[in-house]
Design a protein. Sequence first.
Length: 62
Amino acid sequence: MAEIVNLRMARKRKARADKDEAAAQNRVLFGRSKAEREKTEAEAKLAGRRLDGHRREDGEGA
């Protein structure tokens, strides 16, 4: 015989798991110190400047 499943409890269990997963993602995104955020921002700016420094100026295509 098949196992009887209470759909209300299954929905609540799934919603709770989804909420926990979203919380974990938010901890990764927003759970950084100010110094870590500034370091990441500075690294991104440096990478952008390096990329722009290697661009060729042909004058044709833009």
